[in-house]
Design a protein around this ligand. Sequence first.
Ligand code: SF4
Length: 93
Amino acid sequence: MMLGGDVTSQMGGDPFDGFVQRESNFEGGYNMLAEVDQEQCIGCESCPEFCPEVFKMGADGLAIAYTNPVPSECEEAAKEAAEGCPAHCIHLK
Ligand code: SF4
């Protein structure tokens, strides 16, 4: 079933299974999903420094990708966060 009139329809019908969509004020569109493998996260707090719009630390001390899909204007910062992750546990697709 399609969700009408939202980001999902702009992305060509990809349902983004397993990701939570948020309302936001970003205007540049969406082409990327971010995921943190919390089994691997060591809680270094690097990713929110690179890209606080997408990543934050949870109460358990592990990172969360809390803005999904990633707004287009945050894609480069999200890539930098992923490249800078010492545990290589940020996955972008
Ligand atoms: S950079 Fe990687 S290891 Fe560090 S908090 Fe973020 S996801 Fe976890």
